[in-house]
Design a protein around this ligand. Structure first.
Ligand SMILES: [Zn+2]
Length: 341
């Protein structure tokens, strides 16, 4: 858990406010690790936001005396510690609730998935960039999330960061980057985004994948999750040479392309679902971030948490109850995405 403390007034906030509103001092960011249950209430009446019962509303206290509320499906006793097991299982999916601080969510997901990011890592960031529209439509990676990912990498001290994607439609990538505002975030972090179409491609069987994939240690696929879709796979398709992608789509199904993409073994997906779109494209507030090395599992778990029924067959066939879940539980965050705003 992260808190922001004014060392002058001794006040604390959970929200990432940069300066103290009382004395204008810069706040110190404090990470606390030891979490303990200090009160628990069992809830047996379902509501739109919490359809699964019973659940427990816990009051948690950390080692600095900060208190916050926490929803749990498990009956924890007062005095129990709240701990999260980590795993580097390739098919596992991390679920995290990003209450106030996206950077905190990213730090937790990296830790829980045992993702190795070193100062000397070469990292390729693949944002979702599909429509030339404002941030609030939530078609693309949000400006806040891209900013948090790049800030995280800078905080670790990573020097070799590349950011790239390509347009698989008739919309020029330069226009998409500019109109969405993502270009401004790149400039803020002194990065020049580039078009993967110019990167060169290697043949891997019938699929032609950007050479950038193997030239970097880690590929961060920032998928903007949308209900009823396999958004993480759709974003990974931007690594394929456009003419090859069009031929594959003509000859085979999307599922065939997704299976071919599973040969990429250095990809980690951050699935952004702070304001994911419903199937009618209306964005709703969910405040969730998902992490996984397996795009199909991540997309299936995301859709399951939103109780989305109308899914492509390969997502419908994915047995969510057999996927290892890390961090928050599915039932803790599950709600019908069509019934909320
Ligand atoms: Zn202050």
């Amino acid at each position: 858990m992260v808190f922001y403390k004014c060392n002058n007034c001794n006040k604390k906030w959970q929200q990432p406010v940069s300066i103290c509103p009382f004395c204008f001092s810069k706040l110190e960011r404090i990470r606390t690790e030891k979490l303990k249950v200090i009160a628990s209430s069992k809830v047996v009446i379902p509501s739109l936001l919490h359809p699964k019962i019973p659940y427990y509303a816990l009051l948690i206290e950390d080692e600095c005396g900060n208190k916050f509320a926490y929803k749990s499906m498990k009956d924890r006793r007062v005095g129990d510690s709240l701990e999260f097991a980590s795993s580097d299982n390739r098919d596992a999916v991390v679920i995290w609730k990003a209450n106030y601080d996206l950077l905190d969510a990213i730090e937790n997901i990296v830790k829980l998935a045992k993702l190795e990011i070193r100062k000397d890592s070469k990292i390729l960031v693949l944002p979702t960039l599909v429509e030339p529209v404002h941030n609030h439509f939530h078609e693309n990676t949000s400006l806040e999330f891209l900013d948090a990912i790049l800030t995280y990498l800078e905080n670790v001290g990573v020097r070799k960061i590349k950011i790239a994607t390509q347009s698989l439609s008739d919309k020029p990538i330069e226009i998409l980057a500019q109109k969405s505002g993502l270009l401004d975030v790149c400039i803020k972090h002194k990065l020049t985004p580039f078009d993967l179409a110019n990167s060169g491609f290697d043949n891997q069987g019938s699929i032609h994948i950007s050479r950038e994939v193997k030239e970097n240690d880690l590929l961060l696929n920032l998928s903007a999750l949308k209900s009823g879709k396999s958004s993480s796979n759709e974003n990974a398709m931007r690594l394929i040479e456009k003419s090859n992608y069009e031929a594959l789509r003509y000859l085979y199904s999307e599922e065939y392309i997704f299976k071919a993409l599973s040969s990429i073994d250095n990809m980690f997906i951050f699935g952004e679902a702070i304001h994911p779109q419903r199937t009618d494209k209306f964005p709703v507030f969910r405040s969730l971030i998902f992490g996984s090395r397996n795009p199909v599992n991540l997309d299936a778990v995301f859709n399951n948490t939103g109780m989305v029924n109308n899914l492509p067959k390969y997502l419908r066939d994915t047995k969510v109850d057999q996927i290892k879940i890390i961090g928050r539980e599915i039932d803790e965050v599950k709600r019908n995405i069509d019934l909320i705003l």
